[in-house]
Every structure is written in C-alpha cells, then in structure tokens.
Design a protein around this ligand. Sequence first.
Ligand code: PMP
Length: 449
Amino acid sequence: MSTLPKGFRGDMPNGFNPASVESLDSKTREHIERRSRLLGPAYRLFYAQPLRIARGAGVYLYDDAGDEYLDAYNNVVSVGHAHPRVTAAISRQLDTLCTHTRYMQDGILRYAEKLLATFEGEIGAGHTMFTCTGSEANDLAMRIARHHTGNEGVIVTSEAYHGNSGVTSSFSPSLGKRSALGPMVRTVPPPDSYRIVPEHIGRWMADNVAQQIEDIKRHGGGLAAFIVDSLFSSDGLYSHPVDVLKPVAEVVRSAGGLFIADEVQCGFGRSGTHMWGHRRHGVDPDIVTLGKPMGNGYPVAGVVVRSDVVASFGRDMRYFNTFGGNSVAIAAAEATLNVIQDEGLMANATRVGKIILDGLTSIAAKYEQIGDVRGTGLYFGVELVKDRKTKASDIDTGLAIVNRLRQRRVLISATGADANVLKIRPPLVFTEADADRLLTEIEASFASL
Ligand code: PMP
C-alpha cells in the first residue's frame, strides 16, 4: 500500500526514504550522506525532499536560502519560534547561574507553585518532579506507579508512543513490531470515532481495558497503570467524544491500577479549551507527565503526582536528575507558562482553531479522499480514505498532500497506524492570517492531486 520500496524500515509517517537520495540535488545529497556517515542509521528525516532549516521566528521557519515556511506542525516551540520573552529569560539565567536541584533556589519553587495551581483536584495539591525529556518523565512515572502498586502491568493504546528509554519503549507500540513490548504490557485499540459509534466508545474502550487487565492477571501479574495521551496523537488523533476516558479510569482503579495522563502532546493549552487534555474527559489522574512545549524548545519536562502515590517511592529511593529542573530549564519553563497565560494563547487556540476546523470541514466537502476531519484547539487530524464507504486508508494521498504542502512552504505531517491522517499542529500563536494561508495551501494541494 505504501509508496516506500520493499525493505525500507523507516516505519515513520512522512519519513524520508534514503533509497531515493539519488533523486535529490547534489548539495542535499551530500548533506544526507555526511549525516548518515556521522549520525548513523537510526535517525530519520521528514519529507521526500528533506528541509534544511537555518532559523525560526514566530510561526515561521526559514531555510538556508532565506525562504519562509509556515510552521503548522511544531508543538515544541508552542509560543512561537524564538519568543523574545523566553529567550531573554534563558539567557539572563544562563548569565547568572545554571545549577541543579541539590542547592536551594527560589525559581524552582515559584514555578512549581504556578504549575501546580493549573491542576484541578487532588493532584493539584501534590508534587512536581523535573526531568529533561518526555521519555524520562514517563519512565519516572512508571517507576513510581510500579513501586506504589507493586505491579508490573501496563496498558496503552495500540499505536501509542511514550518514549525512547528502555522502560518507555517497552510500552510504545508505535515504534513498530521489531521493538519489543514488555511481557506485562498490553494494548487496546484507540477510540476510533470515525469507525465506532460515538455513544458506545467509552463503554467499548473500558471493556477492552478490562479484558486486558484479565489477561495480565491470567499471566500472574497485576495492573500498575493505564497510560494515555488523551488526544491519541500517534493513534490517529481522536479528539472527540470526550466521555471516553472516565469509564476507563474507573475500570483501571477498581483493578488497583493508576491512571497516568501523558500530557506531552496535549498539555499546556494545546486543546484550546483546557490547559490539560485529561480534563476534557473529566478525569482526575494519579500521575501526569509533561514535556515538549514546556520550555518552548529548551529541554524541560516533568511529572506531577498525587502525594500519596509518590510517598513510598520517596521513602525507599532518592531522585536526582543532573539537568532536570536546572536553573535555566526552570527559567525557560516559567517564561513559557507566563507567555501562555499573559498572551491568552488558549483563547487564541480556540478562536483560530475554529476557523481552521471550519475551513478543513468545507475542504472535506469538496474532496472525496477526505473521510473525516477532527480536532480541538490548534490540533487537527484529517483522515484520507480510498472510499468513504469502506473507509480504507489512503496512505499515498496523505503523503502526497504532506509533500505538496512542503513544496508550497507549509509544514504539516502525518500520523496514525497507516500514516493516512494529516497531522496539523501549529504553534499556539497562529493568527487568522496564518490560518487563511494554511487553508488556501491545503485546498490548492488537494486541487493539484
Ligand atoms: N509522550 C508523548 C505523547 C510524545 O508524543 C512524546 C514525543 N513524541 C514523548 C512522550 C517523548 O518525549 P521526548 O521525545 O521528549 O522524550
């Protein structure tokens, strides 16, 4: 089904196929060959014609020739590339002090207070611990969950991605069949709102989770945690309905497991209506993990945890992460949170997001290949199908649109088990004019097929 040649083990949506390097201009080819010589075979590039990026500002990226690209994909620099308040906070702090959590510093406490105040329920009265990456956050969360419950079992969605560490890759099925899942890791299908009647999804998903809990028990184990990205980013982006995860949380808790909300993708206002994705589902998680947009590009991530859940872990072991929560990371995180709040970026995501969602819906009415449009805030999935009746995935059209948009200097990507869902996830500072340009170029790309 895929356009990739046999034997290509890229298995990443929108990954560059190294076998096609010969078709590129000599400068690009030389760079790619040098890169694979120096960085080895495991890295992947985006796009059929990879991009060389030299600079970023706001919602734009610039290549080395100075050409401007509209960035409708980057959720790391979520308040915009090179936001002046964030870069000033980072350089000021780097100029003053950069050290770790074994010295008393006020910044980390001030930020922890601000961050915890954004959480509702018991977890808001809990604690926050800092890491450098989302993988480390999920790794730590799972160690805490396993220690607290005394169990090993983990349940994730079937295309979930939770990280690249030994622990997290063992519950990240989207890494592909050659990446082994842990012996006590089980998967459930995501809430595919395009194919399953919405009214039944919550019960259906809770039943699937219950079955997997039984399977873990049958193999002599118990459930430590169900961990989920509440926007199901790598599963194909399922933003609605929002009454899915509450029944799941009930099943998980009655089996003695914890509910871990992985907010690496959907946190920090991405959904527009809520600071944290799990609140869209009305869930009160036991542990929340944070990452990507937290420092607007500076590596800072973390765990928020109910105090009773982390009590035994804190008693039985110590936690230290040399760079996690360092003075500069905290300055970056604090400035980023301030910008989200002061610039009203959640309201902006809701307002501009609606324009995009409406625009995508009208484009879908004109092109048979678009089976479904989903999304919330500034996060959208556009599912491409060969036939609206059978709903069979159209992988080639998805990749063609992503690459045509790249040629038209608009950056998006693809997601889902078949990589047939356009993934559109612009920085939260996207304006109406940016939305217009995005929609115009998407429509032009479909028209050119
Ligand atoms: N969880 C989710 C939902 C993610 O999308 C990612 C990164 N794509 C991670 C965890 C891992 O984060 P990091 O790359 O910072 O380790």
